[in-house]
Design a protein around this ligand. Structure first.
Ligand code: AHR
Length: 506
């Protein structure tokens, strides 16, 4: 029996920002071209070139923001290549992702229209690695300045009269590697300079995100990168803050085989790798608390997800992978961890939205399928903007060869109508567990429970174009719950994710 306690009377003061449920779309493989953009002349149903089916599916999971144009692509992207009449735009080379010709058909206006259709916030990644301060500051002026200026008039000439509102702005991406092979000191000096020219025009207010580390390397390196930024940007608030957020990237890895080759051993390896993200989060939070005890600066996990080998016969630079039950559990593990650390984690972006890495959606011509990861985002959307509830899981560990893992991971929240949301993952691929959840002082009623479960018989279960509904959430029958003394008992099957909502009695 695994015991859980939820103290609804002690709800924390922290809100699970909807932006934790954010996404990322890069000019990489078939993410933008094919996945989002098919062009206005395509036979695939589209709105001004943007796929209708993909827009509808993403709206359904309440996508709160979309990061673009990269990734490593961002530090090679020159935004002026992507404006004006599409037939006149230059053809450039996407040298980081397979030397593919970039038509620049999808540029600033197309991205902003995508965000409008999705009803989500844009998150732009600016070019520090191969760009200039002038180029970045002009991009901001082009997008957000309301008055008469060369940049604002150029925007008007390209069909957009009113400026857009842009909040999230990244100053570089992975500048320690693909974004220019910089040291922490060198990058931070550039950050100070670039930030000075990231202007707030016409009532727009930028939330500037510094390039942070990747969490898969040594903690010393991770902390040194973050501390260099915190130290050098501290006490420079007299004019305006240098940054509002620092990013962190983290990928779950377990060998180079494709996703569907999921052995039991690899399952354990992958779950362990996924759970490890909490280590850099905790370490960075400690450090940030020293420099920024009022928690002004957010930790922005703007790339996370699984990184398996590409599917057979696919260009390795395209990072196209299948998405299995393991991906679903890994998504749930991450989202629960982010929820629990929402005091500092203000935003996160899964990599990547369509056809690349841990996608929500895979496309093939005019067909589209929803992955197991998509279904987790659909179940978990009920946590968005809720208040975090303290959750105590007294979980068994389970052991396999050298792996020792906690059986259950989860998080809880309460919405504005006082409904409690509880998400739980059973990581053990072989054992079901009995759960007893104590709601302490809140009174609960069996008739007011709704539950959804995502699981499957096999570890590598996935959706294909031949069988697109193979893995999908099911209702978890209400008669499987028992209530006594304000305690809720139920079973959570092996390798499953369970999402429960309960209405409290007055
Ligand atoms: O998401 C794929 C790549 O992973 C991104 O372009 C880069 O930032 C990271 O290394």
């Amino acid at each position: 029996m695994i015991k859980i306690q939820i103290d609804t009377k002690q709800s924390s003061k922290y809100i699970i920002s909807k932006h934790i449920y954010g996404h990322f779309a890069e000019h990489l493989g078939r993410c933008i071209y094919d996945g989002i953009w098919v062009g206005p002349d395509s036979k695939i149903p589209n709105i001004n070139g943007i796929r209708k089916d993909v827009v509808e599916a993403l709206k359904n999971i309440k996508i709160p923001n979309l990061r673009w144009p990269g990734g490593c692509f961002a530090d090679r992207y020159h935004w002026k290549d992507g404006i004006g009449p599409r037939n006149l735009r230059p053809k450039t080379v996407n040298a980081h992702w397979g030397n593919i010709v970039e038509t620049n058909y999808f540029g600033t206006h197309e991205f902003m229209e995508t965000c409008k259709l999705l009803d989500c916030e844009p998150y732009i990644s600016g070019n520090v690695g191969s760009g200039t301060v002038k180029e970045m500051s002009e991009w901001i002026e082009y997008m957000t300045f309301d008055g008469e200026s060369t940049m604002a008039n150029l925007r008007r000439q390209n069909g957009r009269d009113k400026p857009w509102k842009i909040k999230y702005w990244g100053i570089g991406n992975e500048n320690w590697m693909c974004g220019g092979n910089m040291t922490a000191n060198y990058y931070t000096d550039l950050l100070l300079r670039y930030s000075a020219y990231c202007n707030d025009f016409s009532g727009n207010k930028l939330y500037k995100v510094a390039c942070g580390p990747v969490g898969e390397v040594t903690i010393d390196w991770v902390l040194n990168w973050v501390e260099t930024i915190l130290k050098k940007t501290k006490n420079r608030l007299f004019f305006k803050p240098i940054i509002e957020g620092i990013s962190l990237h983290y990928y779950t890895r377990a060998g180079a085989k494709p996703a569907t080759q999921m052995s039991t051993r690899r399952w354990y390896q992958a779950m362990k790798s996924a759970l490890y993200i909490e280590t850099p989060i905790l370490e960075i939070k400690n450090l940030m608390d020293n420099y920024d005890p009022i928690k002004r600066i957010g930790l922005i996990i703007d790339e996370w997800g699984t990184w398996w080998g590409v599917e057979k016969g696919i260009n390795p630079a395209f990072l196209y992978q299948q998405n299995t039950l393991a991906d679903a559990l890994i998504a749930a593990i991450h989202l629960d961890i982010f929820n629990r650390h929402c005091d500092r984690v203000h935003m996160a972006n899964i990599a990547q939205t369509v056809n690349v890495l841990q996608s929500m959606i895979l496309t093939q011509g005019d067909q589209m399928l929803l992955t197991p990861t998509y279904h987790i985002f659909n179940m978990y959307k009920h946590h968005q903007d809720n208040k975090l509830l303290p959750l105590n899981i007294i979980s068994n560990d389970f052991i396999h060869e050298k792996f020792k893992l906690p059986a259950i991971n989860g998080s809880a929240s309460i919405d504005k109508e006082n409904n409690i949301c509880l998400s739980l993952t059973n990581l053990n691929p072989e054992e079901n567990y009995e759960i007893e959840c104590d709601f302490l002082e809140s009174r609960i009623n069996k008739n007011e429970i709704n539950a959804t479960i995502l699981t499957s018989e096999s570890l590598n279960a996935h959706n294909s174009f031949e069988s697109p509904e193979n893995v999908r959430p099911e209702n978890y029958p209400i008669d499987k719950f028992k209530i006594s003394n304000n305690r809720l008992s139920f079973e959570i099957p092996s390798k499953s994710v369970l999402f429960i909502t309960l209405t409290q009695l007055e």
